[in-house]
Write a protein that binds this ligand. Structure first.
Ligand code: HAM
Length: 417
Protein backbone atom coordinates (compact mmCIF):
# COMPACT_ATOMS: atom_id res chain seq x y z
CA UNK A 1 0.00 0.00 0.00
CA UNK A 2 1.22 3.50 -0.76
CA UNK A 3 1.42 6.13 1.97
CA UNK A 4 2.03 9.88 2.09
CA UNK A 5 5.72 10.72 2.53
CA UNK A 6 7.07 11.19 6.05
CA UNK A 7 6.44 14.75 7.22
CA UNK A 8 3.61 15.28 4.71
CA UNK A 9 -0.11 14.74 5.17
CA UNK A 10 -3.35 14.67 3.27
CA UNK A 11 -5.74 17.52 3.96
CA UNK A 12 -9.07 15.70 4.12
CA UNK A 13 -12.36 17.38 3.15
CA UNK A 14 -13.51 18.34 6.69
CA UNK A 15 -10.11 19.92 7.38
CA UNK A 16 -9.98 21.52 3.95
CA UNK A 17 -13.36 23.08 4.62
CA UNK A 18 -12.20 24.41 7.96
CA UNK A 19 -9.03 25.76 6.36
CA UNK A 20 -10.97 27.49 3.58
CA UNK A 21 -13.40 29.05 6.03
CA UNK A 22 -10.50 30.35 8.17
CA UNK A 23 -8.70 31.70 5.11
CA UNK A 24 -11.83 33.54 3.97
CA UNK A 25 -12.15 35.26 7.34
CA UNK A 26 -8.42 36.02 7.59
CA UNK A 27 -8.31 37.41 4.05
CA UNK A 28 -11.33 39.58 4.78
CA UNK A 29 -9.47 41.11 7.76
CA UNK A 30 -6.38 41.66 5.60
CA UNK A 31 -8.21 43.13 2.62
CA UNK A 32 -9.99 45.59 4.90
CA UNK A 33 -6.50 46.66 6.00
CA UNK A 34 -5.41 47.32 2.40
CA UNK A 35 -3.63 44.03 1.61
CA UNK A 36 -3.67 42.42 -1.83
CA UNK A 37 -2.83 38.87 -2.82
CA UNK A 38 0.41 37.75 -4.44
CA UNK A 39 1.46 34.27 -5.47
CA UNK A 40 4.98 33.19 -6.36
CA UNK A 41 6.26 29.82 -7.63
CA UNK A 42 7.05 26.96 -5.30
CA UNK A 43 10.47 26.53 -6.91
CA UNK A 44 13.13 29.23 -6.94
CA UNK A 45 16.86 29.42 -7.53
CA UNK A 46 18.49 28.05 -4.38
CA UNK A 47 20.86 31.02 -4.09
CA UNK A 48 17.88 33.32 -3.44
CA UNK A 49 17.61 31.84 0.03
CA UNK A 50 21.39 31.84 0.68
CA UNK A 51 21.41 35.62 0.37
CA UNK A 52 18.24 36.30 2.35
CA UNK A 53 17.44 33.62 4.90
CA UNK A 54 21.21 33.17 5.31
CA UNK A 55 23.71 30.46 4.44
CA UNK A 56 24.48 29.91 8.11
CA UNK A 57 20.85 29.35 9.11
CA UNK A 58 19.56 25.84 9.78
CA UNK A 59 16.83 26.42 7.20
CA UNK A 60 19.36 26.90 4.39
CA UNK A 61 22.23 24.73 5.57
CA UNK A 62 20.24 21.71 6.76
CA UNK A 63 16.59 21.88 5.82
CA UNK A 64 16.27 23.12 2.27
CA UNK A 65 15.13 20.75 -0.46
CA UNK A 66 17.54 21.51 -3.29
CA UNK A 67 18.04 19.74 -6.60
CA UNK A 68 19.67 20.43 -9.96
CA UNK A 69 17.29 20.83 -12.89
CA UNK A 70 17.97 19.35 -16.32
CA UNK A 71 20.32 22.22 -17.14
CA UNK A 72 22.15 21.72 -13.86
CA UNK A 73 20.84 24.89 -12.22
CA UNK A 74 20.47 24.47 -8.48
CA UNK A 75 16.82 24.94 -7.52
CA UNK A 76 15.06 24.87 -4.17
CA UNK A 77 11.54 24.17 -2.99
CA UNK A 78 10.81 27.40 -1.16
CA UNK A 79 11.36 27.02 2.60
CA UNK A 80 9.56 30.31 3.31
CA UNK A 81 7.70 33.08 1.50
CA UNK A 82 9.40 36.39 2.29
CA UNK A 83 12.48 36.11 0.03
CA UNK A 84 10.41 35.06 -3.03
CA UNK A 85 8.00 37.98 -2.46
CA UNK A 86 10.90 40.43 -2.27
CA UNK A 87 12.38 38.86 -5.42
CA UNK A 88 9.05 39.25 -7.23
CA UNK A 89 8.57 42.86 -6.12
CA UNK A 90 12.06 43.83 -7.32
CA UNK A 91 11.63 41.91 -10.58
CA UNK A 92 8.28 43.60 -11.35
CA UNK A 93 9.27 47.07 -10.12
CA UNK A 94 6.49 46.97 -7.56
CA UNK A 95 8.31 49.15 -5.05
CA UNK A 96 8.55 51.94 -7.59
CA UNK A 97 4.90 51.77 -8.64
CA UNK A 98 3.53 51.17 -5.13
CA UNK A 99 5.82 52.65 -2.49
CA UNK A 100 3.66 51.35 0.37
CA UNK A 101 2.55 47.97 -0.90
CA UNK A 102 0.81 45.48 1.41
CA UNK A 103 0.71 41.86 0.31
CA UNK A 104 -0.52 38.51 1.55
CA UNK A 105 0.10 35.00 0.26
CA UNK A 106 -0.88 31.50 1.09
CA UNK A 107 0.68 28.20 0.09
CA UNK A 108 2.96 25.29 0.88
CA UNK A 109 6.53 25.69 2.17
CA UNK A 110 9.11 22.89 2.42
CA UNK A 111 11.71 22.15 5.08
CA UNK A 112 13.49 18.88 5.54
CA UNK A 113 13.39 18.70 9.31
CA UNK A 114 12.65 15.95 11.77
CA UNK A 115 8.88 15.49 11.68
CA UNK A 116 7.05 15.68 14.98
CA UNK A 117 3.72 16.98 16.26
CA UNK A 118 3.05 20.23 14.39
CA UNK A 119 6.28 20.03 12.41
CA UNK A 120 6.02 18.92 8.82
CA UNK A 121 8.25 18.80 5.77
CA UNK A 122 5.52 20.32 3.67
CA UNK A 123 3.42 22.82 5.58
CA UNK A 124 1.09 25.71 4.82
CA UNK A 125 1.75 29.34 5.59
CA UNK A 126 -0.44 32.39 5.37
CA UNK A 127 2.04 35.24 5.13
CA UNK A 128 1.77 39.00 5.22
CA UNK A 129 4.34 41.59 4.13
CA UNK A 130 4.21 45.38 4.43
CA UNK A 131 6.74 47.42 2.47
CA UNK A 132 7.58 51.10 2.66
CA UNK A 133 6.92 51.99 6.29
CA UNK A 134 9.51 52.19 9.02
CA UNK A 135 7.05 53.67 11.50
CA UNK A 136 6.73 52.01 14.89
CA UNK A 137 2.95 52.04 14.54
CA UNK A 138 3.26 49.71 11.53
CA UNK A 139 4.93 47.12 13.77
CA UNK A 140 2.05 47.49 16.22
CA UNK A 141 -0.52 47.28 13.41
CA UNK A 142 1.14 44.03 12.27
CA UNK A 143 0.87 42.56 15.73
CA UNK A 144 -2.72 43.73 16.00
CA UNK A 145 -3.66 42.08 12.68
CA UNK A 146 -1.88 38.91 13.68
CA UNK A 147 -3.83 38.76 16.97
CA UNK A 148 -7.15 39.49 15.23
CA UNK A 149 -6.56 36.72 12.69
CA UNK A 150 -5.56 34.25 15.39
CA UNK A 151 -8.80 34.96 17.21
CA UNK A 152 -10.62 33.95 14.01
CA UNK A 153 -8.67 30.67 13.93
CA UNK A 154 -10.09 29.73 17.34
CA UNK A 155 -6.60 28.66 18.38
CA UNK A 156 -7.38 29.38 22.03
CA UNK A 157 -5.13 31.50 24.26
CA UNK A 158 -1.85 32.57 22.81
CA UNK A 159 1.00 34.85 23.74
CA UNK A 160 2.97 37.19 21.50
CA UNK A 161 6.65 37.19 22.47
CA UNK A 162 8.48 40.29 21.39
CA UNK A 163 12.08 41.45 21.15
CA UNK A 164 14.26 43.93 19.30
CA UNK A 165 17.37 42.71 17.50
CA UNK A 166 18.46 46.29 16.79
CA UNK A 167 19.89 47.54 13.51
CA UNK A 168 22.83 45.92 11.70
CA UNK A 169 25.32 47.94 13.79
CA UNK A 170 23.66 46.77 17.02
CA UNK A 171 23.76 43.20 15.71
CA UNK A 172 27.47 43.47 14.83
CA UNK A 173 28.24 44.82 18.28
CA UNK A 174 26.20 42.13 19.92
CA UNK A 175 27.83 39.47 17.72
CA UNK A 176 31.24 40.54 19.08
CA UNK A 177 30.03 40.52 22.71
CA UNK A 178 28.45 37.11 22.25
CA UNK A 179 31.54 35.71 20.51
CA UNK A 180 33.75 36.92 23.40
CA UNK A 181 31.42 35.22 25.87
CA UNK A 182 31.33 31.95 23.93
CA UNK A 183 35.04 31.91 23.17
CA UNK A 184 35.69 31.10 26.84
CA UNK A 185 33.62 27.90 26.55
CA UNK A 186 34.37 27.15 22.92
CA UNK A 187 35.54 23.59 23.61
CA UNK A 188 32.15 22.67 25.11
CA UNK A 189 30.11 23.95 22.15
CA UNK A 190 28.78 21.61 19.45
CA UNK A 191 30.67 21.55 16.16
CA UNK A 192 28.00 23.64 14.40
CA UNK A 193 28.22 26.37 17.03
CA UNK A 194 32.02 26.44 16.87
CA UNK A 195 31.62 27.20 13.15
CA UNK A 196 28.84 29.70 13.82
CA UNK A 197 31.15 31.47 16.25
CA UNK A 198 33.40 32.38 13.32
CA UNK A 199 30.74 33.16 10.72
CA UNK A 200 27.66 34.46 12.52
CA UNK A 201 27.68 34.18 16.33
CA UNK A 202 23.99 35.18 16.58
CA UNK A 203 23.03 31.88 14.97
CA UNK A 204 24.28 30.02 18.07
CA UNK A 205 21.24 31.39 19.90
CA UNK A 206 18.85 29.03 18.16
CA UNK A 207 21.01 25.93 18.59
CA UNK A 208 18.91 22.99 19.79
CA UNK A 209 21.82 21.08 21.42
CA UNK A 210 21.32 20.76 25.19
CA UNK A 211 24.84 21.76 26.19
CA UNK A 212 24.84 24.85 23.92
CA UNK A 213 21.40 25.84 25.23
CA UNK A 214 22.72 25.56 28.78
CA UNK A 215 25.80 27.67 28.04
CA UNK A 216 23.70 30.27 26.24
CA UNK A 217 21.34 30.67 29.18
CA UNK A 218 23.96 32.91 30.82
CA UNK A 219 24.88 34.75 27.62
CA UNK A 220 24.68 38.56 27.58
CA UNK A 221 21.26 39.88 26.46
CA UNK A 222 21.01 41.64 23.12
CA UNK A 223 19.24 44.60 24.73
CA UNK A 224 22.56 45.70 26.27
CA UNK A 225 24.06 46.10 22.77
CA UNK A 226 21.19 48.09 21.29
CA UNK A 227 21.78 51.70 20.24
CA UNK A 228 19.63 54.53 21.60
CA UNK A 229 17.53 55.08 18.41
CA UNK A 230 16.72 51.34 18.25
CA UNK A 231 15.87 51.31 21.94
CA UNK A 232 13.57 54.33 21.50
CA UNK A 233 11.92 52.72 18.48
CA UNK A 234 11.20 49.55 20.43
CA UNK A 235 9.64 51.58 23.26
CA UNK A 236 7.43 53.27 20.70
CA UNK A 237 6.38 49.92 19.24
CA UNK A 238 5.33 48.81 22.72
CA UNK A 239 3.45 52.07 23.28
CA UNK A 240 1.44 51.59 20.07
CA UNK A 241 0.79 47.94 20.98
CA UNK A 242 -0.61 49.09 24.33
CA UNK A 243 -2.76 51.63 22.50
CA UNK A 244 -4.34 48.88 20.36
CA UNK A 245 -4.67 46.50 23.30
CA UNK A 246 -2.21 43.97 21.80
CA UNK A 247 -1.06 41.64 24.54
CA UNK A 248 2.63 40.73 24.46
CA UNK A 249 5.49 39.48 26.61
CA UNK A 250 9.02 40.73 26.09
CA UNK A 251 11.46 37.86 25.59
CA UNK A 252 14.96 39.30 25.38
CA UNK A 253 16.36 35.91 24.35
CA UNK A 254 14.16 35.76 21.25
CA UNK A 255 16.15 35.65 18.01
CA UNK A 256 14.82 34.24 14.79
CA UNK A 257 16.05 31.37 12.65
CA UNK A 258 16.33 33.61 9.56
CA UNK A 259 19.11 36.16 9.04
CA UNK A 260 17.19 39.02 7.46
CA UNK A 261 15.59 40.48 10.58
CA UNK A 262 16.43 43.84 12.12
CA UNK A 263 14.76 45.54 15.12
CA UNK A 264 11.33 44.15 16.05
CA UNK A 265 10.94 40.36 15.99
CA UNK A 266 8.12 38.27 17.39
CA UNK A 267 6.78 34.76 17.79
CA UNK A 268 3.35 33.62 18.88
CA UNK A 269 3.18 30.68 21.23
CA UNK A 270 -0.05 28.92 22.19
CA UNK A 271 -0.61 29.10 25.95
CA UNK A 272 -0.67 25.31 26.13
CA UNK A 273 2.96 25.34 24.96
CA UNK A 274 4.58 23.83 21.89
CA UNK A 275 5.95 25.33 18.72
CA UNK A 276 5.39 28.87 17.46
CA UNK A 277 2.06 29.17 15.63
CA UNK A 278 3.10 32.38 13.85
CA UNK A 279 6.23 34.50 13.67
CA UNK A 280 7.81 37.41 11.91
CA UNK A 281 9.52 40.74 12.24
CA UNK A 282 11.05 43.73 10.57
CA UNK A 283 13.57 43.30 7.75
CA UNK A 284 14.53 46.81 6.71
CA UNK A 285 17.69 45.81 4.81
CA UNK A 286 16.52 42.79 2.82
CA UNK A 287 15.12 44.58 -0.23
CA UNK A 288 18.38 46.50 -0.60
CA UNK A 289 20.50 43.38 0.04
CA UNK A 290 18.63 41.62 -2.75
CA UNK A 291 19.25 44.42 -5.26
CA UNK A 292 16.19 46.64 -4.78
CA UNK A 293 16.16 50.22 -3.64
CA UNK A 294 16.22 50.73 0.15
CA UNK A 295 12.73 49.80 1.36
CA UNK A 296 11.79 49.20 5.00
CA UNK A 297 9.60 46.14 5.51
CA UNK A 298 7.89 44.03 8.12
CA UNK A 299 5.83 40.86 7.95
CA UNK A 300 4.82 37.61 9.54
CA UNK A 301 3.53 34.17 8.66
CA UNK A 302 1.14 31.75 10.30
CA UNK A 303 1.84 28.03 10.32
CA UNK A 304 -1.67 26.99 9.34
CA UNK A 305 -1.48 23.41 10.63
CA UNK A 306 -0.37 24.75 13.98
CA UNK A 307 -3.16 27.34 14.07
CA UNK A 308 -5.96 25.11 12.89
CA UNK A 309 -5.32 21.43 13.34
CA UNK A 310 -3.37 21.16 16.58
CA UNK A 311 -5.99 22.84 18.67
CA UNK A 312 -8.25 20.65 20.75
CA UNK A 313 -11.45 21.82 19.03
CA UNK A 314 -12.79 18.80 17.19
CA UNK A 315 -14.21 19.38 13.75
CA UNK A 316 -17.92 18.56 13.69
CA UNK A 317 -18.82 18.07 10.03
CA UNK A 318 -21.81 20.27 9.27
CA UNK A 319 -24.78 18.80 7.44
CA UNK A 320 -25.40 20.67 4.26
CA UNK A 321 -26.72 20.33 0.76
CA UNK A 322 -29.63 18.78 -1.04
CA UNK A 323 -29.66 15.21 -2.39
CA UNK A 324 -32.02 14.37 -5.23
CA UNK A 325 -33.32 10.83 -4.85
CA UNK A 326 -35.56 9.14 -7.38
CA UNK A 327 -37.35 5.92 -8.15
CA UNK A 328 -38.80 4.99 -11.54
CA UNK A 329 -41.32 2.31 -12.50
CA UNK A 330 -39.51 -0.62 -14.14
CA UNK A 331 -38.43 0.26 -17.68
CA UNK A 332 -39.00 4.02 -17.18
CA UNK A 333 -36.53 6.88 -16.63
CA UNK A 334 -38.94 9.80 -16.07
CA UNK A 335 -38.02 10.37 -12.44
CA UNK A 336 -34.30 10.13 -13.17
CA UNK A 337 -34.57 12.60 -16.04
CA UNK A 338 -36.55 15.11 -13.95
CA UNK A 339 -34.04 14.84 -11.10
CA UNK A 340 -31.09 15.07 -13.48
CA UNK A 341 -32.40 18.24 -15.14
CA UNK A 342 -33.34 19.78 -11.82
CA UNK A 343 -29.83 19.11 -10.51
CA UNK A 344 -28.22 21.46 -13.05
CA UNK A 345 -31.05 24.00 -12.86
CA UNK A 346 -30.76 24.27 -9.06
CA UNK A 347 -26.98 24.51 -9.16
CA UNK A 348 -27.42 27.62 -11.30
CA UNK A 349 -29.91 29.19 -8.90
CA UNK A 350 -28.84 28.34 -5.37
CA UNK A 351 -25.52 28.18 -3.54
CA UNK A 352 -26.25 25.07 -1.46
CA UNK A 353 -24.59 21.95 -2.93
CA UNK A 354 -27.00 19.84 -4.99
CA UNK A 355 -26.16 16.20 -5.70
CA UNK A 356 -27.94 13.35 -7.43
CA UNK A 357 -28.26 9.94 -5.80
CA UNK A 358 -25.80 7.45 -7.28
CA UNK A 359 -27.95 4.48 -6.26
CA UNK A 360 -29.96 3.97 -9.42
CA UNK A 361 -32.82 1.52 -8.89
CA UNK A 362 -32.35 1.28 -5.09
CA UNK A 363 -35.33 1.83 -2.76
CA UNK A 364 -36.00 5.42 -1.68
CA UNK A 365 -35.26 4.44 1.95
CA UNK A 366 -31.81 3.19 0.93
CA UNK A 367 -31.06 6.33 -1.00
CA UNK A 368 -32.15 8.51 1.95
CA UNK A 369 -29.90 6.57 4.33
CA UNK A 370 -27.02 7.14 1.94
CA UNK A 371 -27.80 10.88 1.75
CA UNK A 372 -27.79 11.04 5.54
CA UNK A 373 -24.39 9.29 5.70
CA UNK A 374 -23.04 11.78 3.17
CA UNK A 375 -24.09 14.59 5.56
CA UNK A 376 -26.78 16.02 3.31
CA UNK A 377 -29.26 18.24 5.12
CA UNK A 378 -32.28 17.83 2.79
CA UNK A 379 -33.54 15.39 0.20
CA UNK A 380 -35.85 15.99 -2.74
CA UNK A 381 -37.76 12.82 -3.51
CA UNK A 382 -39.03 11.94 -6.98
CA UNK A 383 -41.12 8.79 -6.62
CA UNK A 384 -43.48 7.28 -9.27
CA UNK A 385 -46.53 8.79 -7.49
CA UNK A 386 -45.00 12.25 -7.23
CA UNK A 387 -44.08 12.18 -10.92
CA UNK A 388 -47.72 11.42 -11.80
CA UNK A 389 -48.95 14.34 -9.67
CA UNK A 390 -46.25 16.80 -10.83
CA UNK A 391 -44.99 17.02 -7.23
CA UNK A 392 -41.76 16.55 -5.32
CA UNK A 393 -41.26 15.73 -1.62
CA UNK A 394 -38.83 17.85 0.36
CA UNK A 395 -37.51 15.93 3.35
CA UNK A 396 -35.54 17.40 6.24
CA UNK A 397 -32.98 14.67 6.94
CA UNK A 398 -32.34 15.97 10.45
CA UNK A 399 -35.90 16.02 11.77
CA UNK A 400 -37.44 13.51 9.34
CA UNK A 401 -40.30 15.93 8.52
CA UNK A 402 -41.36 16.27 4.92
CA UNK A 403 -43.65 18.37 2.74
CA UNK A 404 -45.08 18.00 -0.76
CA UNK A 405 -44.24 20.74 -3.20
CA UNK A 406 -45.60 21.57 -6.61
CA UNK A 407 -42.75 21.41 -9.14
CA UNK A 408 -43.51 25.03 -10.02
CA UNK A 409 -42.97 26.19 -6.40
CA UNK A 410 -39.86 24.11 -5.89
CA UNK A 411 -37.06 26.58 -6.57
CA UNK A 412 -38.49 29.33 -4.34
CA UNK A 413 -38.94 26.86 -1.47
CA UNK A 414 -35.51 25.29 -1.90
CA UNK A 415 -33.85 28.71 -1.82
CA UNK A 416 -34.84 28.88 1.85
CA UNK A 417 -33.10 25.57 2.69
P1 HAM B 1 9.23 31.12 10.31
O1 HAM B 1 9.27 31.41 11.77
O2 HAM B 1 10.34 30.32 9.78
O3 HAM B 1 9.15 32.51 9.56
O4 HAM B 1 7.86 30.41 9.95
C1 HAM B 1 6.64 31.02 10.26
C2 HAM B 1 5.68 30.01 10.87
O5 HAM B 1 5.57 28.87 9.98
C3 HAM B 1 6.16 29.39 12.17
O6 HAM B 1 5.86 30.22 13.28
C4 HAM B 1 5.37 28.10 12.20
O7 HAM B 1 4.07 28.33 12.70
C5 HAM B 1 5.30 27.72 10.75
N1 HAM B 1 6.30 26.66 10.47
C6 HAM B 1 7.62 26.81 10.26
N2 HAM B 1 8.20 25.62 10.04
C7 HAM B 1 7.22 24.69 10.11
C8 HAM B 1 7.16 23.26 9.96
N3 HAM B 1 8.25 22.55 9.67
N4 HAM B 1 5.97 22.64 10.10
C9 HAM B 1 4.85 23.35 10.37
N5 HAM B 1 4.83 24.70 10.52
C10 HAM B 1 6.00 25.36 10.39
C11 HAM B 1 9.05 32.64 8.21
O8 HAM B 1 8.89 31.73 7.45
C12 HAM B 1 9.08 34.08 7.77
N6 HAM B 1 9.04 34.10 6.30
C13 HAM B 1 7.93 34.86 8.36
C14 HAM B 1 7.97 36.29 7.95
C15 HAM B 1 7.20 36.88 7.02
N7 HAM B 1 8.81 37.19 8.42
C16 HAM B 1 8.59 38.35 7.81
N8 HAM B 1 7.62 38.17 6.95
Amino acid sequence: MYQALRGTYDLLPDEAERLRSFLNRAISILERAGFREIETPIIEEARLFDRSVGEGSDIVSKEMYTFPDRKNRLLALRPEGTAPIVRACIEHNIYYANPSVRLYYFGPMFRYNRPQKGRYRQFLQLGVEIFGSEAAYTDAECLYLLSEILKEAGTGSFCVELNSLGCRTCQDNYGKTLAEFLEKRKEELCEDCRNRLQKNPLRTLDCKTLICKEILQDSPAIKNSICIPCEEKFKEVLRYCDMLGVKYRINDKLVRGLDYYTQTVFEVIAEDGGNAIAAGGRYDKLVEDMGGRPTPAIGFAFGLERCLFNSVRAVEPKKKGIRLVYLDKPGETRALEKAFKLMVALRRQIETPVTLSSKEGKKIGNQLAMADKDNCRFALIFGPEEIEKGEVILRDLDSGTQESLKETDLTERVKKC
